[in-house]
Structures are given as structure tokens and as C-alpha cells.
Ligand binder design. Structure first.
Ligand SMILES: Cc1cc2nc3c(=O)[nH]c(=O)nc-3n(C[C@H](O)[C@H](O)[C@H](O)COP(=O)(O)OP(=O)(O)OC[C@H]3O[C@@H](n4cnc5c(N)ncnc54)[C@H](O)[C@@H]3O)c2cc1C
Length: 386
């Protein structure tokens, strides 16, 4: 049996961020993933300014042309209605997860994490602090980080299920043909393309990633929504449709137990309005590794969750604030008012973009929506009475 300080299950953005950070803190790290990299992961691959900051801090990874395409143009729609476009937004970056995740894993291995990718865990024994792999190897750990995605086997082992089906999101995506390149290549967002969610079209040089997502239980007919959305965009139906759960704002208040921590999607850290999860995955992986290092250094690995919970509170708070705001944007009865307020307010659109870029946070946007909504409702009532 091999003894390591930290076992990390899952080598996506959260797991690789945890591995790099733990190695920097001097821990011995085993990084396990059932997949061999490069591997595909269903995702739009939109990297926000906030996420770019985490990439630079944790991995030293800058926004380079070999991995990212930068866009400055954004357009917004709701049920076919043009809500306006912005041509001077802070830069947003598009990538493909196949190349992106392989690069992050490369950083983790270069930092000295031991490579256990392409191996499945056949037995996870939290009581004995051990995992057994299909190769027959058994690893004993002081702390384990479950960075194993929305269907997290670690979360299932701890809590009996990985997510709450009443709150989880679901998304469908296709890789449509690339559009003829033009100077603007706008990123398109369609509010209400799915119930309690939205649609997106991300133009990349090799393909256009088109998808939509929303609360799973509100969308029993998600395939029909996708078909309608593809028609709206004039995209054919021949591309292969893939689907994946999205932990859309159900951040776990206890992301783990004692010396077992959950990071990224496994901890439910996807923004319930924008659907952004890569940035929170990297940040939470980093914080989980720092908590593990602190708990191990003080000879008390079982205190890791306490340190991690405290450090990761701002991420959970941001997800919670977005959940409060979500009904104002996604409730069907309020949507006409939201559409009107959003279409008429360049400021509101800018605040949305500032939020994506990481230059502001939810309280600013919440305040702007709350101050615009009554005026939009009044305008609507006056319009009807005329
Ligand atoms: C359709 C869609 C579009 C999205 N678009 C965006 C976007 O544009 N921008 C954005 O920021 N976010 C987006 N997201 C969210 C984003 O994909 C996730 O939040 C992000 O991938 C979370 O990273 P993670 O490291 O926590 O998990 P993952 O990236 O899911 O990685 C988990 C890893 O764990 C491994 N694993 C799972 N089970 C086991 C096991 N039993 N043993 C070993 N390994 C295991 C998997 O192989 C995987 O490599 C999107 C999500 C979906 C579904």
C-alpha cells in the first residue's frame, strides 16, 4: 500500500487546481481520473475574466492564442426579441475543454503530482482513509478531495446522492459548423430558450458551440427546446446532441466531511444565472488544497473541512446571491418586464458584463435589476392602458 498526503479524485479544473496548489504547499499528491487525457467534457468553454484571474494565479496560465479565442462582442435575445448588443465588453475567451483540461493536467503533473489518470476507483473506504484502483493499487491518504464532477461518487459515498434532483440543472449542447469568420464574431445569449435557463451560441474557429440549459425539473421537454433553438439560429439538426447535469446553484453548505472535501461541480459550485462553473472549480480546488495542507501541517487532517468551509464561504455566498436574483430574470410572469428593462438599459447590460468579467459582484447587479424592474412594469402597464 502506498501512503500519500492527498488523494485527488478527478483531474478536471478543480482537481488539477487542487493538485498544483497542494504540490506548492509541499504535499505528496496522487491525482486519479477514470479518463485518459486529452478527454472530452461537455461544456461551452467560455472563460470569463474572473476565471482568467484564477487561471493566472493558480496555474500561471495566461490567455494565450494557442488555447483561447478572445471575443469582445455580445448580443442578447429573449424569445427571438433583440435585447441589444454590446461591442465594447471586457474580453471573454473561448476554448475547447479537450485541450484546456489537458493543459491544466499538464501543469499539475509538472508540479509533481503523481499521475493516476486512466484508472478507476474500485473501492473507496473513508473509514480507513483508503482508495483501491482497478490496477490493484491501494492508496492511503490523510486528506481526500473529491473533484469528481456533478455525479461525484465521493459525494454519493458521503451523502447517499451527488445532487438534489429538485434543484439540479440540465444542459444540451451541439457542435455546429463554424460560421464564416467576421470581425465581430459575437457571443449570443438567449434568455428563456429553456425554462429557468438560457441558450448560447459561442462562435469558435473550428465550430459553433450551441446549447441551452435550465432547471432539470422545469424542462421535461429539453430536446424540443433545443430543436426550436436550433431552428431559431438557422442551425441544422444533424449534429450529435449531448446532455449533462449542471449543479445550477445548489452549493453544498457542508462540502465534505472531516478529512474528505468536495470541490467544483462535486460541491455544487455553478453560477445559477450564468452557468459558469470553471472559475469556481479552480478557486474551490485551490482552497480545498490549502485547507488540506493546513490541517495536515497541524497534525489534524480531520479539521480540513472546517478550514475549507470557512475559506470557501465567499463562493457559496456568490452562488446564493445569484439564486435570490434568479427569479427576477427567469420567472415566466416577470420575463416581459425583465426583457423590457434589459433592452432599454445599456447600464444593466454593462453590469451583466462587468459581472461576467469579474469586475463586480452580484449585489451590484441585484441592485440594478431591483431599481429597473418597477419602472419597466409601470411602462408596461401604461402601454397596455393606452
Ligand atoms: C453543457 C454545459 C456547458 C457549460 N458551459 C460552461 C462554460 O461555458 N463556462 C463555464 O465556466 N462553465 C461551463 N459549464 C460548467 C463546467 O463545465 C463545470 O462547472 C466544470 O467542468 C467543473 O469542473 P470540475 O473540475 O468540478 O468537474 P469536471 O470538469 O466534470 O471534472 C470531473 C473529473 O472527474 C472525473 N471523474 C468522475 N468520476 C470519476 C471516478 N469515479 N473516478 C475517477 N475520476 C472520475 C471525470 O472523468 C472528470 O475528468 C458547462 C456545463 C455544461 C454541462
Amino acid at each position: 500500500m502506498k501512503q500519500v498526503d492527498l488523494v485527488i479524485l478527478g483531474a478536471g479544473p478543480a482537481g488539477s487546481a487542487a493538485a498544483v496548489t497542494a504540490r506548492r504547499a509541499g504535499l505528496s499528491v496522487a491525482l486519479i481520473d477514470k479518463a485518459r487525457f486529452p478527454r472530452d467534457k461537455l461544456c461551452g468553454g467560455l472563460i470569463t475574466g474572473r476565471c482568467a484571474g484564477h487561471l493566472a494565479r493558480v496555474f500561471g496560465q495566461e490567455i494565450t492564442a494557442d488555447l483561447f479565442e478572445t471575443r469582445h462582442h455580445f448580443e442578447f435575445y429573449m424569445q427571438g426579441r433583440d435585447l441589444g448588443r454590446l461591442t465594447d465588453v471586457p474580453p471573454l475567451h473561448l476554448t475547447t475543454r479537450r485541450a484546456f483540461d489537458a493543459r491544466l493536467l499538464g501543469h499539475a503533473l509538472a508540479a509533481g503530482a503523481e499521475d493516476y489518470t486512466g484508472q478507476r476507483v474500485t473501492r473507496f473506504d473513508p473509514a480507513q482513509n483508503q482508495v483501491t484502483l482497478d490496477s490493484g493499487a491501494t492508496l492511503a491518504f490523510k486528506v481526500l478531495i473529491g473533484a469528481d464532477g456533478v455525479q461525484s461518487p465521493v459525494a454519493k459515498a458521503l451523502f447517499g446522492r451527488a445532487f438534489d434532483p429538485a434543484r439540479v440543472g440540465f444542459a444540451l449542447e451541439v457542435e455546429a459548423p463554424a460560421r464564416p469568420p467576421d470581425e465581430a464574431m459575437p457571443i449570443r445569449i438567449d434568455f428563456a430558450a429553456a425554462h429557468w435557463g438560457y441558450g448560447w451560441s459561442f462562435p469558435k474557429s473550428g465550430s459553433t458551440t450551441v446549447g441551452l440549459g435550465g432547471l432539470h425539473h422545469e424542462n421535461p421537454d429539453m430536446n424540443a427546446h433545443l430543436a426550436a433553438y436550433l431552428d431559431l439560429l438557422g442551425v441544422g439538426h444533424d449534429a450529435r446532441v449531448k446532455g449533462h447535469f449542471l449543479p445550477f446553484g445548489e452549493a453544498k453548505s457542508h462540502p465534505g466531511r472531516a478529512n474528505i472535501l468536495l470541490a467544483g461541480d462535486a460541491a455544487g459550485l455553478v453560477d445559477p444565472i450564468t452557468g459558469e462553473g470553471i472559475g469556481h472549480a479552480i478557486h474551490s480546488g485551490e482552497l480545498a488544497a490549502l485547507a488540506a495542507a493546513h490541517a495536515i501541517a497541524t497534525g489534524a487532517p480531520e479539521t480540513a473541512l472546517r478550514h475549507y468551509r470557512r475559506a470557501s464561504r465567499p463562493i457559496r455566498r456568490a452562488v446564493a446571491q445569484a439564486r435570490w436574483l434568479r427569479p427576477l430574470i427567469f420567472t415566466a410572469r416577470l420575463q416581459p418586464f425583465f426583457a423590457r428593462g434589459f433592452a432599454n438599459s445599456r447600464r444593466l447590460k454593462h453590469d451583466y458584463m462587468q459581472l461576467l468579467s469579474g469586475k463586480s459582484d452580484y449585489p451590484d447587479l441585484l441592485w440594478r435589476v431591483v431599481t429597473h424592474l418597477p419602472a419597466a412594469i409601470l411602462r408596461n402597464i401604461r402601454g397596455k392602458n393606452r
